[in-house]
Design a protein around this ligand. Structure first.
Ligand SMILES: Cc1cc2nc3c(=O)[nH]c(=O)nc-3n(C[C@H](O)[C@H](O)[C@H](O)COP(=O)(O)OP(=O)(O)OC[C@H]3O[C@@H](n4cnc5c(N)ncnc54)[C@H](O)[C@@H]3O)c2cc1C
Length: 376
């Protein structure tokens, strides 16, 4: 593992005005909804949606690892903004991997400048492919128009549903036995209803809501991929990698705060803080190497283990920040931001694929390998 790989996920410089805005408004983004309309335009102005997108397609070049690094950099300041970036950037990633070039050409320009918000509703698809739940949107052919399908169903949780304009990726099942597919659905599709924002305990400025679909028309023009079973595993390293960006940024920030607070009286914590930071650096290196050489696609268990490891490092880091800050961290007027990070960190283990889901999958695979071992 070269140092260039370990360094790829180091925090890149963020646009100064975005950094200031995030520092000043992280708590408002977490606890209220009044700034939710500004998140996407601010990140678009800072060029964040172009990172890791080829220049030929309007991006600023680089690759998925650069996009992960940008999510980590934002997550150091605000997990709400970073999670919005995750949803938006995931949708862009799906389009980059889509065989439907016309759809990519139609949607990408507006996504890159932030006039269209991108949302990823693929939790259901990921759980479906692991046998945890059935697909929640069904496509039925329209009887009198060939090639038109009507979609019915729901999506319980989707982030970055900007009421102004959004497009969401969703998995749908067909009644006629063809493989389940991944579709893009625009906010103005007839029959699509967005709920009010969900009443979240944190990340309230993230435009997170539910969607209901009643006879929503769809055709091949909106197909991101005709086979979810082929598509999801192919994009999984990028999507989980982008998710790991959330953990990396949040853990780094908590460790930095813990380091600062632990400088003198609580110096006993210093060693634990450095150990946690060093384990995080190792996990970052494994992630960037595994994405760069493709091994995390071929060996998904390693990716799952990394996602579990990073979630656990976030919990350790936030706890170290608490221990190092002591009672000051518990006072609102101390304005340390600890209470926000504590709430933000609750998202990390539950976002799909959740830590429970991944641990269950790994345990099941270990049991089945044991059963199939020659001397079992
Ligand atoms: C703030 C927020 C924003 C979100 N935004 C998005 C988004 O933009 N897009 C999106 O697609 N999703 C989004 N989600 C949804 C998220 O990814 C989860 O799907 C969601 O939290 C609900 O699933 P659950 O796993 O809690 O549900 P449950 O199905 O109730 O599961 C509870 C727990 O048990 C595990 N589990 C359930 N069944 C099994 C099983 N058979 N085997 C092993 N483990 C099992 C689950 O993984 C989970 O850990 C968001 C969630 C939150 C909280």
């Amino acid at each position: 593992m070269g140092t260039s790989d370990t360094g790829r996920l180091n925090a890149p410089g963020l646009d100064a005005s975005l950094t200031d805005w995030l520092y000043s408004n992280a708590t408002r983004l977490d606890t209220g909804t009044d700034l939710k309309g500004d998140v996407v335009p601010r990140m678009a102005s800072a060029g964040l949606f172009r990172i890791g997108v080829p220049a030929a397609l309007g991006g600023s070049g680089g690759d998925t690892i650069d996009a992960i690094a940008s999510i980590a950099a934002v997550a150091e300041r605000s997990l709400t903004a970073a999670f919005v970036l995750w949803g938006h950037r995931s949708l862009i990633e799906y389009l980059l991997h889509s065989p439907n070039a016309a759809l990519r050409e139609r949607l990408l320009p507006a996504l890159l400048v932030g006039t269209l918000a991108g949302a990823s509703g693929l939790s259901n698809a990921m759980k479906f492919l692991c046998g945890i739940e059935s697909l929640q949107i069904e496509a039925a052919p329209e009887s009198d128009s060939a090639g038109i399908w009507r979609l019915n169903g729901k999506m319980a949780w989707v982030t970055n549903l900007r009421p102004e304009r959004f497009v969401v990726a969703a998995a749908v099942s067909y009644r006629d036995g063809r493989p389940s597919a991944i579709l893009a659905i625009p906010n103005d599709a007839p029959g699509l209803t967005r709920s009010a924002d969900l009443d979240l305990i944190a990340l309230r400025g993230s435009n997170t809501a539910a969607l209901r679909l009643e006879n929503v028309p769809a055709d091949a023009d909106w197909l991101i991929h005709p086979d979810a079973q082929a598509f999801v595993p192919a994009v999984r390293p990028a999507i989980l990698g982008l998710q790991c960006g959330l953990s990396i940024g949040l853990a780094r920030r908590s460790l930095a705060e813990a380091r600062r607070a632990a400088e003198t009286p609580r110096s006993i914590l210093g060693q634990q803080v450095e150990m946690c930071a060093s384990e995080l650096a190792t996990a970052c290196a494994l992630l960037s190497c595994g994405i760069a050489d493709g091994s995390l696609r071929v060996l998904p268990n390693r990716l799952f283990e990394l996602r579990i490891r990073m979630a656990s490092l976030v919990a350790d880091a936030v706890n170290l920040e608490l221990e190092a800050s002591g009672g000051r961290g518990y006072l609102r007027d101390a304005e340390l931001g600890f209470d926000r990070r504590w709430r933000e960190s609750a998202l990390i283990p539950i976002v799909t694929p959740s830590v429970v889901q991944l641990k269950s999958q790994l345990a099941e695979q270990a049991r089945s390998a044991q059963r199939n071992a020659p001397d079992a």
